[in-house]
Structure formats: C-alpha cells, structure tokens
Design a protein around this ligand. Sequence first.
Ligand code: GLN
Ligand code: ZN
Length: 784
Amino acid sequence: VNRTPSFRRFKLPFRCPTTRAMASQSHIVGYPRIGPKRELKFALESFWDGKTSADELQAVAAGIRSSIWKQLAGAGIKYIPSNTFSYYDQMLDTTAMLGAVPPRYGWQRDEVGFETYFSMARGNADVPAMEMTKWFDTNYHYIVPELGPHMRFSYASHKAVDEFKEAKALGVDTVPVLIGPVSYLLLSKPARGIEQCFSPLSLIGYIVPVYKEVVAELKAAGAKWVQFDEPTLVWDLDAEQLQAFTHAYSELESSLSGLNVLIETYFADVTADNYRTLTSLKGVTGYGFDLVRGAKTLELIKDGFPSGKQLFAGVVDGRNIWANDLASSLGTLQDLEDIVGKDKIVVSTSCSLLHTAVDLVNETKLDKDIKSWLAFAAQKVDEVNALANALSGQKDEALFSANAAAQASRKSSPMVMNEAVQKAAAALNGSEQRRGTDVGGRLDTQRKKLNLPILPTTTIGSFPQTMDIRRVRREYKDKKLSLEDYVNAIKEEINKVVKLQEELDIDVLVHGEPERNDMVEYFGEQLSGFAFTSNGWVQSYGSRYVKPPIIYGDVSRPKPMTVFWSSLAQGMTKKPMKGMLTGPVTIMNWSFVRNDQPRFETCYQIALAMKDEVQDLEKAGITVIQIDEPALREGLPLRKAEQAFYLDWAVRSFRITNCTVQDTTQIHTHMCYSNFNDIIHSIIDMDADVVTIENSKSDEKLLSVLPEGVQFGSGIGPGVYDVHSPRIPSDKEIRDKIKNIVKVLENNNVWVNPDCGLKTRKYSEVRPALSNMVAAAKYNREML
Ligand code: GLN
Ligand code: ZN
C-alpha cells in the first residue's frame, strides 16, 4: 500500500517494554478534536439540525476521544492530555466550568448542558451568540467570556473530571488540561456597558475557589498531574498582571499539594520578567515552553532554571505540517539537558496540535516526495516519542536516518528551488516599491478617466454562490463537464451578475467570482510551489474548519490566472469592471508556510507572482483592480517589539503587487475580519487608491479613532451593511450610516459598499439590500 514513511512503521516491538516505560519522557500539549475525517463536524451539524440525538453526538465524541488516547498510549507517550477535546471551544468549556454564563441565556445554575452551551456558542432563537475572537495569532477562534463585577461563579461543568475518568476506564492515565485562571481572565472582556471601568482580572479571587474544587475532584479521581495552560505569559504583561499569577498560584498551592503541576506556555517565548514570575510560582513541578516560536527561550533557560523542576521542551512544531528535523531537535534537547539536568527534560510539542492537520495517512493523492517532508498531528506524536527515546539513549537509528534523508531531499529538491524567483526576490533589495505619483495626484487622474459620481457604489467581489454554480464547478473538477460547457456555464453566471448590477445602477462592477471556491485555493492551485491536501483540515471555530494549502517551494505564476474571466466580464459592460485578486499577505497567512526560509521571503515571492497578474490585467484593459488583504492583521506578531518589522514587510508585499501600474489604474484593497484601529498607519502605508473595509458592526469606531491630523488620502469605503446576516438593511438605515461616515471622514473620497463579499447570501437578500444601498447613496449625493 501507498503509505508514507510514517514513523508508525517503526513502532517499538523491538524494545524491552520495561525500559521503554521508564524512558519515554514525552508529552503532548493537546490533540486535534475534529477527528481524522471531520467526524465531529458532521456529528455536531446533524445534531444542530435536529437529525440526531444528544446521545448520538456524545457517542461520536467519545469515540474520537478514546481513539486519540489509545493512539497516544500506543505510541509510547507518557503524559497524555485529557480535556483537550471540546464540543465547540476550550475557553467556552472553561466558562461552563466556572458557571460564568451571561444572564441573558437564562441559565438555571445547574450543570451546564448542551442547550446553554450551544446557545452561548451559536445563539438561539431569542439571544445572539457570545462574541468570538482570534486565539492569539492562530486562525482558531474562541468564545470570549463576558464578565462583570456581579458575576457569580460556581463549579458548573465537570467535563475535565469526567474525561479524566473516561480515559482511566479505558486504561489510560492522562494529564487533565485546564485553561489557567489568569489567562482565562486576561482573555475575557468586561460585560456590555462597563467596558471602561471594569477589569476582569479583578475577579481572580472569585474564580480560584472553583479551580480548587476542580483540582480536589481530579485528585480524588486519581489524577497525578494537572496542566494549566497559561499562554498569556507570552504577552507583554505589566506588574499588576504578573502579580495576579503569583497571587493565583499561591492561593492554589495547598489544593495542589500531592499533585504534579505543569504550567504550559506557547506561541512565543516568555519575556524575561514573565519568566522570572513563572519560575517562582508556588507548587509547580514543570514548565512548558514553545521552543519553535520562542526564539529566546533557550537563553532564558541558560540564564537560570529552578533546580529540581522539569522542563517540558516544545521542540515539535504544533503550528505547522513539516516533519521535524530530528537530529537538530535532539541537539537542542541535549543542550537543554546539560543545563537543567538528566531526567529533567520532557520532550513535547510547541503548543496544542489543534493547530495542525490530523493525520497524513489519509493523504493518498499528495506527491510522494512532498509527503515525505510532512508530519501531521499523528506523525508529530511519533516524532515526540522518537526524540524522547533518543534522549534517553534509545535512539532508533533507522528512523533517524530516514528522517535525515527526507530533510536532505527537501533541501535539494528541484521542486522547491527556482533560481529565477529567488533572484527576482533578492533584487527587491529593501527598496520601497512605491508608485511614483502620490495618492492625491493619482485620484485626480482617475476621477477624470473613470468619471464616477461622488459616493460611488461598488461591491466587494463575490455574488451568491448558488447550488447550481457549486455543482458546475464540482462536475468540471470531476471531469463530468467539458471545458467548453464549464466556460459557458460560468459565462452565463457572470452575465447574470453583470446585468443585475447594471439594473441596480451600481457604479463599479464585479464579475461575482463564480469560478472560485475559495479566495486562496483558487490562486494557490494556479501558482507553482503550492500543494493541496484531501483531509488536512484545521479547526477555525466550532464546526468550521479550513484546509490551508501547503507552500512548499519557490512561488511563481506559470500563466495568467484571472485575465480570461475579467476581460470577458469587462466585455459585457461599459462600466468599469474590477479585476479581483487575493493579496500576497492573505495568501500566505491562510496557508501552511515553508519553514526553511523567512516568511517575508515567501511573501515577496507571492507578491511578485501577483504583480505579474496585475500587469496582465492592466494590459488587458482592466482599469480598476482590487487586491484583497483581509488577513493582513492576522500575521501580526504577539509581541509589540516584533510588530513593526512584520507590518513593514507585509505592507511592502502589498505594494510590490501594484507599484508599477499607471496613475490611471485604480488599485482597491479590501480588509475584514478584525479591528484595524491599531494598524491604521499601515493601512495608509499600503498606498492603495481605495480601501473598502468591514465596518458595519463596529459602527463608526474605526473612523473615529483616526489619530489627530491623520487623513485617509485615499478613497475609503467603510461597509454600510453586514453581509453575515440574512437581514435586509433598509434604505433609511443605510442613508444614516452614510451620513455618519461622511461626517467623520470629511472628504469626498467616500465609497459606498457592503462589508464583505456576498458569497454566502441568497439573491432574495442581495437584490433588495443592494437596491437600498444604491438608493441611499443617491439620496446622499443630492444632500451633500
Ligand atoms: N473578494 C472576496 C469576496 O468578495 C473577498 C472576501 C473576503 O474579504 N474575505 O468574496
Ligand atoms: Zn471581506
């Protein structure tokens, strides 16, 4: 059979079981909960649809958990996590554990069950869901706890204990994992209305007693370890926040006695101050560090590590899909061992494996060489174990040499290396990559050429993706539809979208993106250097998963990607038709990125490929080109000191794509999914002619924080209605929105558009919504 050189092939039958049990100092921070074939998603969605019962959902969940525990135990892992499973989100689980349910859900203070739990996660008929936000700098989203001074905490979900017992009944002794009390509060927000005057951290004294109850019950159930995840220790924390750690763990100390306690950090190194606080916490047995992203962790440990404590060394990357360089990791581990002492090192993952794909075994279509360079969660478990064995003197030579061979093949593969691309990227040489004329001058030129009214209307790109369109794409992919029939079907759809926009009297049109399934995949499939998996899903939130492409090699564009469709669409109308591209930063941030060169180099390469596309669109007579960068903010490093560098190269990458176009070519960009208030200067520095930006939910917040004296020189289109809701905004409502926007912006560069693409909406919603939007713009034109 066509299986990868998975480490499982080299399992441990040759070794004496007694020494192995002693030896393998191995630990996994957390494991993906979605199942190797998205079993949890399908079980959840069918339960939510009322098609299956709660029992059936629970049975699927129990099956996933038990197979993970057995797999980890079978692989030889010593410290196996429990309670890293979740029906929706681990922060929400903690909210349930603490009984911190916001009053609007009408919870009766009994054990938090599915109804309350899923109402908080997804809303119900009467009450909307709680807010969701990004988990550090990952693409995972957690449900943000809402806390106020009157929140009454109580032990209201016994999930951590139940799962510990469940594993024990299966014969697996696990380390129950809890989100630590301080990180829980630091990741919370004040309840509505008291944002200005309340700090959730002030509740520390009220939640610690609940943690004590949980710990006591875990002890009674036979737990020998407990793991507290305190990832906020990688932030820049102030003295008061650090004090909270000291306080909380002193309070917990007596309850923790008799238990081994691991404090786990991840996603970056901890600052020197945080390290000092962390390593002096009371009652702690071991500390977990991210040695992949934590560039300075090694130095911190060299400067002093508390004697007698254990170091959980996260050398296997939980954020990526690359096979570990085992020889190099073993070197690091041995260096660490020299510092902290023999038997004090536990080999671990850099963070929970939640952020990587589940199992490479299910990838039967991937190129054989590429596959040999990869490790998903299941393979990473074997890597951790192999390293732990090697560290204790039981190195599996066959496995290490197979790994070294794969590493070498990746380094020298012609699939990875493209000299022309590397030269072109090197030639950028730190230059600014800016358009010659400033934005004011360009806009004047463009105004004459495009001849648009004030408050011009446009949309963000996609139109509803009907069942028909999805079927056409699928059938073409499965070769059930000929190229000719496919092109005709798409052409017809574009024509429909163009006609609709003309009828609605929108000023700058789009083709509707019917040929695209996903804004990154569409380009990745046409660029060199990208590979795609069949089952490489990663949880984004709840039952929503993404399947990021893998960037394995130098990126280039063999041929034009969008010119055919854009010219075809432009040919259908006299109005300007926007060319529609995804920007380099977004393509990169939504992919698994190669780890053998700095991220900015990969980003510059993608930018150069997109630049070729921009130039070809311009040549084909497309005068307005939108380059979407919704994920620009996502790559922002967690530590303030590193942010300026990232923003500099990310913004430059965007400019690379379009710095050579003529003044008359109007470059748009679009941003969404987050608050952009804190990177407003970088958005201005992108030097686009028009920026459309998600805004309708944050009201005019974005605009009101424009720093004194800062003006958007470019055109700006703050979204006037929310596309994520089926609600149709009224003409009056949009009129008022526009009025407010114009008041704040005080310039005549305001554009009128929805928040984002219309892909997930129905035509019955889009048509009246856009019609109201155009009417509202026209009304305001008269009034201005
Ligand atoms: N042009 C894309 C669309 O309209 C933009 C999507 C996005 O911003 N996420 O679908
Ligand atoms: Zn968007």
